[in-house]
Design a protein around this ligand. Sequence first.
Ligand code: BMA
Length: 856
Amino acid sequence: MGRAALLPLLLVAAAGRAGVSAAGGPEVRSLRGSWWLANGNGSVVLRGEVPGCVHTALHRRGLIQDPYYRFNDVTYRWISLDNWTYSRTFKTPFDDRKWQKVNLVFEGVDTVAQILINNITLGRTDNMFNRYSFDITSVIKEVNFVEVRFFSAVSYAAEQSRCHKAYSIPPACPPPVQKGECHANFIRKEQCSFSWDWGPSFPTQGIWKDVRIEAYNHYHLIYFSLTSFFEKSAQQWSLEIESIFDVVSSKPIAGLVTVNIPKLQTQQTFSVKLQPGEGSVVLLVNINKSSTVEAWWPNGHGKQTGYNMTTTFIMEAGYQIEKSSKAYFRTVELVQEPIPGSPGLSFYFRINGRPIFIKGSNWIPADSFQDRVTYDTLWLLLKSAADANMNALRVWGGGVYEQDEFYDICDEIGIMIWQDFMFACALYPTDQYYLESVRAEVSHQVRRLKSHPSIILWSGNNENEAAIASNWFSIPYADREVYIKDYVMLYVKNIREIVLTEDKSRPFIASSPTNGLESVKEGWLSQNPYDTHYGDTHFYDYSNDCWNWTVYPKTRFASEYGFQSWPSFSTIEKVSSTEDWSYTSNFSLHRQHHENGNDQMLQQIGHHFKLPQSTDPIKKFKDMIYLTQVMQAQCIKTETEFYRFSQSEIIRGEGHTMGALYWQLNDIWQAPSWASLEYGGKWKLLHYFAQNFLAPLLPVAYEDKGVLYIYGVSDLHADHKLTLRVIVHTWSSLEPVCTLAKEGVTVKAQSAVPIYKESIDDLLERCRNCTRKSCVITFCLVGEGGLQSPTNHHFLSSLKDAVGLEKSHFSVSISHAKLLFFPFLCVCTHTFSDWQNGGPVCSHIWLPNCSFALLS
Ligand code: BMA
């Protein structure tokens, strides 16, 4: 029989997920469904769904248009400035006298509200990331009236900022181009709901998660979590099982807990004693050593095996709880150690003892209205990430801690998650009340999420170390200390401390970007958090030519970098009208939330492409949209390939790059942004490119001082002897001008090695009749047993200078299977000359390999 640790816990807010129970167990009455909704003066009254928010309720009742249509984000500003009340009556479905404790539980309230039942105030909420549980044992009746009186988040944030008199906490307001609300940092609410440089301002009000009544006797399971550990010396896997209970009896309750994992021939029974009040039981289960444990692996590195497990609580008083769950086994280490020949430290992840190159993107909220984000939305977006050969995403700190289903899907398909805490691009208050709210939030979220093997890292915030270090907010030098103190107080003394207590199974960093251990050494704030010799970096450069790889930082880990593009016309069309369809229309300016964003795209396109010339304004707009996508795809391809080929080398002390997460995977609405997936899930050209440039086996070319280098990049676990095919084409012919097959090329497991070198002059000479302008190079790696890389390309001149391009006359049709996912696909004809001249015949979507059909 094992031993159980029993830890009393101090919790600010009760939190948790209900257990599964047999007869005599808790009674649950859901309060989801239709509620009444009224604005401040009662002039607008309607029915609204819970979970949901005011905006979606108004829209569903036809009282407002689609909030995403044209300029409606500004038109409907009044909705967030009003104070709305949700209310409903409900019958208690049980005899309330039979229960020792009855709670009203909100999994999420957005955000500032007074909660009443039968006209008695139960309490207040002010943090949308907390779970709130109110004891209603003494006030519940047979028929009840529950009210949630919201106060405008915008007004609340302004008021909190006004009350913070000692010193200001910047930024006060977002830049005007974002058309957003002020003081988002004063409210624990999705930060980007006050607007962002890719998103609208919709500071919603509503009950955004589950709400229910829970009644129980004796004890109640609030949280249940599993984390796995591997003891190297003993070669032993173990599982830590944590159960958090609310015990209502006045005396301790003894009992037995049996954990059973049949497939691993593991069964263990523990005797436990639950103390009155809230407390946790921690059990350590050693997995039977004679069973082979299959670990959970990221996408591309193995299977995502999980084991069915049951945990049965048989307690002396009351009922039995039987909890079914999936147990996953994986370890994660963030390795920061000296690298020979390089100052600084490494920064890479070891999963199950194996170094893994992290490749993927950054995740933002999939909608301004979270109630519209369904399982299908999440599946479509996350599956698209996995289909593009990504193995990781960073859940960025300006959004929300995602719903359980998000992480379930990531567990299932092997997408590793770098999880930020929800603080971004701002400084934050640290008064006692605020800190207590954050502490409850962090405990709740870590307990809710820590069972997921997909989560490999907790990170304190987005860019707030950099914001202080680079003085984004022009803080006078003399005042700096105050802000540094606040920074350490929030992310280190509070958030980090809680995370380390709650979860010992994964690493924590205080910020992204950070210099990691070097930042710690410098008092948690590095002088330059963008140092390429330490930690991760964020890098954006919109003015230099993105085809020039020398502008990119040879960093240890690229956690953000990107370029904007416009979503396809079919996506824009849904939220605009004819007069909006030009690149310089008011609409096009309105949707662009990044200062000079539209011009920056034009400038970047101008480096290599001819701008659209069509006299038909709509055709010109479509061509323009298309070119922004071509530009973005080619830019991010170049930058990502640079990071991938920098993984095994140190050049002038820099390199050993072990991660590339481009900004950003998905969109919150239909607007220009850095995303590769449009709002609605449609793939931009970049996403098709990503599928290739993130392929597990990839040849990558770059030029240095007139010499062409090709590297073999591999995420595969074994070395391979391959053939490198280099083919030179003229733009004017389908026939290759010359081909070269280099056999016996060794591409080493999980590395990037040089496999080919030739001066461009020699190459052009070898392939007679070629000039930089008339020819293009393609190359691929081929091995035995069907092993093959995608075909990659290297341009020898800008496409605007290319000579010999002709309009092609091929067409592609799409099968029904694909139509299921991409309902807007159309038959598309497309040529390289379209690139040059600003647009294909059909610009709806880029088809995989469409462009290279001409070449292969
Ligand atoms: C980074 C992100 C986001 C932003 C993006 C593009 O700084 O963390 O805040 O949207 O750049 O500007």
